[in-house]
Design a protein around this ligand. Structure first.
Ligand code: ZN
Length: 412
């Protein structure tokens, strides 16, 4: 291991013997007591030295025997250490492609803040290259999601849609103006490829006519049709449910952006559950949906570029968090944001007992929380502080109330 204090976190001294790593409540930690010599030693933890060399440097700086190992161990347990050479064979392969890695360094740094273990972020970034994701819908939202996922390192992003690119499909980061008149799916796949010039070679021989979603880690449903966003058709997701493929809804309807639910088939609420619940609340719901779907007049859709891009960004973030295994906060929930206030809020999508997806038979769990259950508490304070650190909103409060004197602690 070549330990490196996570370079994504800015460092500052709160007083003579307390160091703060990071600036924001979500990811910052303070550690102490730490003497000045140890503090200076932190500069050497930059990933260029292995432990034997670090111990040698420690002796040279008159640090006590075993101090370097203790320091690295404590920093590691606090989730502050990355391994400049860790992450496994796939990570080594990615490091061997400096062009690809240079482009993704900010993404890697972001991953390092949501993964506690040394080398874990690099391992996840490298693992993205083997993933296959399909995006259905290549309008202002879907084409941008596809580009974001490809740009973030997802190895294969397939896009499905019909028709040809219309002028109002054009969006920054999505379909370019030059693509007007071209096949929508092809133009969107090309846009996605352009976002990842260093992508790995395709493992499958190009898009087939078979829309069967087998082999995809995730399917993103981002319809251009606003009724399909507001009232997703359970029948359209049936093959995904049958094959057990996780899928995520996203789109814009009448200046309201929607992200979710992320459906884990048989485990969390699906489009059918959502529909059943709406019928329970409003018996006229099916009549309205039938009228919306059959409307002869196709109104101009209220889907401004800024909102469409916001939705695409959040959907891609939720998709990546799920693919990386670091969060499922849109499972069992629909995140909605409306102009002009633009405040996201989540509406629950409960598993419905009348829905054939079977999610209601699953042991009831609320919408999953990021990080929940991933890091079982171990003895020692540092792990506990890491737990507090990951639940950002409670960080300040819990840390202040449970701070054993003289131990390493976390608060901002
Ligand atoms: Zn269901």
């Amino acid at each position: 291991m070549h330990p490196m204090v996570k370079p994504a976190l800015r460092r500052g001294w709160r007083d003579l013997n307390t160091v703060q790593f990071g600036m924001t409540p979500a990811h910052a930690l303070t550690l102490g007591p730490m003497d000045t010599a140890t503090g200076s030693f932190l500069d050497l933890l930059d990933g260029t030295r292995g432990l034997p060399l670090l111990r040698e440097e420690g002796r040279r700086m008159d640090l006590p025997d075993g101090h370097v190992d203790l320091l690295v161990r404590r920093l590691t347990r606090a989730g502050l250490v990355d391994d400049a050479r860790g992450g496994g064979a796939d990570a080594d392969a990615l490091r061997a492609r400096p062009g690809a890695l240079d482009r993704l360094r900010p993404d890697l740094a972001a991953l390092s803040l949501v993964t506690p273990g040394p080398g874990e972020a690099m391992g996840l970034l490298a693992a993205r290259r083997a993933l296959r994701v399909q995006v259905r819908g290549a309008g202002r939202v879907g084409a941008v999601i596809a580009s974001l996922l490809a740009g973030a390192g997802v190895g294969e992003v397939d896009v499905r849609d019909g028709g040809r690119v219309e002028p109002d499909d054009v969006a920054p980061g999505g379909l370019p103006a030059e693509a007007i008149g071209e096949r929508r799916d092809e133009a969107a796949r090309r846009a996605a490829r352009r976002s990842a010039p260093d992508r790995p070679p395709r493992r499958t021989p190009g898009p087939s006519a078979d829309p069967e979603p087998a082999g995809f880690s995730l399917v993103v449903l981002a319809p251009r049709d606003d009724v399909a966003v507001h009232a997703p058709d359970p029948a359209a997701a049936q093959p995904l449910l049958a094959s057990g493929i996780p899928h995520l809804y996203a789109g814009v309807v009448e200046a309201t952006g929607v992200v979710g639910p992320l459906v884990l088939p048989g485990e969390t609420g699906c489009a059918g559950c959502l529909q059943q619940e709406r019928v329970d609340r409003d018996p006229t719901w099916p009549r309205l949906v039938a009228q919306w779907r059959s409307g002869r007049r196709r109104p101009v859709r209220a889907c401004d570029l800024a909102l469409a891009t916001t939705v695409a960004g959040l959907a891609a973030a939720h998709a990546l968090a799920f693919l990386d295994g670091s969060g499922q906060s849109s499972a069992g929930a629909r995140w909605e944001v409306s102009a002009p206030a633009f405040q996201w809020h989540a509406r629950p999508v409960w598993a419905h007992p009348a829905c054939p997806c079977g999610a209601a038979d699953h042991p009831p769990e609320g919408p999953a929380e990021e990080g929940e259950g991933e890091h079982p508490a171990e003895d020692g304070g540092a792990h506990a502080t890491m737990g507090e650190q990951r639940h950002s909103q409670e960080l300040g409060r819990t840390a202040h109330t449970a701070r054993p004197a003289g131990t390493w602690r976390a608060h901002v």
